[in-house]
Design a protein around this ligand. Structure first.
Ligand code: SAM
Length: 286
């Protein structure tokens, strides 16, 4: 059985722009721990200096995470306390540190999370798209085909979908959203949250892309995209377009094949279509 250690790892969120967003408890922990494991020492030093905190920092980023987490585990086993921080927001959320946390659990070392800033949740809270369910997808893939495949696979996701995005790819990603999801899907872009040029803007995908292209400043800085969830439309129940496809196919194929291909083309439930055509047999539609 694993021994219990007295060392503790604190997971400490830091501001995503506005330094006033740090909590009293986070400052207290950053002051008191033996070590601060920071994604970028210089970056965290600016925060510490602002709050007059002097403490011992070591770097832990995605390139040295494996080596550093072994070192930090040794320190925790000796009874040391460590605060894990990233450059901004909640560590782990598209930031390094998960390996260290997993190792802590393996060695029965207590992990204490502090609540605090996170760009995804902050953006969602002001988006008007929150229906008590959401999904978080982190950064969209940088490779076009991967990005398009992912977006296509999410086209019928009914929860709002949160993505992180950069100013370099936002226009391409919006174009992919239009092509793979729907040009009329409602999207919210939350930019530079908590900072001077904060903006939150929502529109259909096609209008949003047009709006972004009109003015470069509209996509400068850090960005969260929230895609509204798929809404079942009335014409998700059978519509004329679906029936037209069925009639054309029925001239060439069996009933079963026509139903199958039609339902595939329109992403429509094949049983519902089958039931409909059987019910309407007398109208000679089949
Ligand atoms: N751990 C962070 C968190 O809790 O939100 C996220 C880190 S991730 C490496 C950085 C991305 O988060 C940015 O590229 C951007 O998409 C988003 N982000 C961070 N700060 C933001 C802000 N102030 N406004 C909008 N998006 C932000």
């Amino acid at each position: 059985m694993n021994q219990n250690y007295t060392g503790m790892l604190y997971v400490v969120p830091t501001p995503i722009g506005n330094l006033l967003d740090i909590t009293h408890r986070a400052l207290e922990v950053l002051k008191k721990v033996n070590i601060i494991a920071a994604e970028n020492i210089q970056h965290t030093n600016i925060l510490l200096q602002h709050f007059n905190i002097k403490n011992y920092l070591i770097s832990m980023n995605k390139d040295n995470e494996k080596k550093q987490s072994d070192h930090l585990i040794k320190e925790l086993k000796k009874g040391k306390t460590i605060a894990l921080v990233s450059n901004a927001g909640t560590p782990i959320i598209n930031d390094p540190g998960n390996l260290l946390i997993k190792k802590c659990h393996n060695f029965n070392i207590q992990v204490i999370p502090l609540p605090g800033p996170c760009a995804a949740i902050t953006a969602l809270s002001a988006s008007g798209l929150m229906y008590n369910r959401f999904c978080y997808e982190g950064f969209l893939p940088s490779k076009k085909t991967e990005r398009q495949n992912l977006l296509y696979s999410l086209r019928k996701e009914t929860r709002p979908i949160i993505f992180y995005e950069t100013k370099y790819r936002i226009l391409e990603s919006m174009q992919d959203i239009i092509e793979q999801i729907d040009k009329n899907r409602y999207i919210v872009i939350a930019r530079e949250i908590t900072k001077k040029w904060e903006s939150i803007y929502g529109a259909t995908a096609i209008s949003l892309l047009k709006w972004l292209k009109e003015e470069k400043n509209r996509y400068k800085g850090e960005i969260v995209i929230i895609i509204d969830g798929y809404k079942k439309l009335k014409n998700d129940t059978l519509n004329q377009k679906i029936l037209d496809t069925f009639f054309i196919l029925r001239n060439f194929c069996t009933l079963k094949t026509s139903v199958l291909i039609t339902s595939k083309i329109h992403d429509f439930n094949k049983n519902n279509l089958y039931q409909y055509v059987i019910k309407n047999k007398n109208d000679k539609i089949i």
